[in-house]
Design a protein around this ligand. Sequence first.
Ligand SMILES: CC(C)(COP(=O)(O)OP(=O)(O)OC[C@H]1O[C@@H](n2cnc3c(N)ncnc32)[C@H](O)[C@@H]1OP(=O)(O)O)[C@@H](O)C(=O)NCCC(=O)NCCS
Length: 164
Amino acid sequence: MSEATLLNKYVIRPIKHSDGELIATYYSTLSETTKVIFPGYPFTDEEAHRLAREEADHPGMMRYIVIDPLMAESTGQMIGTVWFWNWDCMIPWIGLMIADSYQGRGLGSRMMAHAINEARMKGKGGILLTTHKENIRGQTLYARYGFQIIGQDDRGEHLMILSF
Ligand SMILES: CC(C)(COP(=O)(O)OP(=O)(O)OC[C@H]1O[C@@H](n2cnc3c(N)ncnc32)[C@H](O)[C@@H]1OP(=O)(O)O)[C@@H](O)C(=O)NCCC(=O)NCCS
């Protein structure tokens, strides 16, 4: 598994079994505007602890946590996450989510660059994602890294692929 890496002044590292509380605190800071982008997803303490318990070391999952070391420890210091599912397949799926006050400052771009590099190093053939048609910031980011729209999913979201 890859180790912690610097993303400018932030740290990105794989999720650990002990990250439940860290993720729960992060979820508690997210606005409705950010949460609504993930319809039906339970941003609860239980879900945060389940993620940490089940995703660390799961062969089908690869989740990274982004930390701001300058943030107060009482707020948990987690500012984002980028994750793959179907990580044991040739073309895994990716998701990204950044704390509201850190959005629009180039962090998503750095996280995507890191994730693409990890997928390439593991010999993947590409990356898939879906994004809401109105998520212009997300689409700008994905297009910048070479993702192309290849259709839509059954919720009407853009289906995009980056082929290596
Ligand atoms: C979508 C998300 C991951 C993007 O990360 P980010 O750090 O906010 O984005 P960045 O600052 O790296 O900007 C990415 C690109 O979008 C552009 N951009 C930023 N804000 C924008 C806006 N409001 N409208 C259009 N483009 C915008 C930037 O200029 C940049 O393009 P460039 O590199 O060509 O200049 C992040 O905003 C987020 O987590 N949003 C909430 C959850 C979400 O939408 N997740 C993705 C679900 S598919």
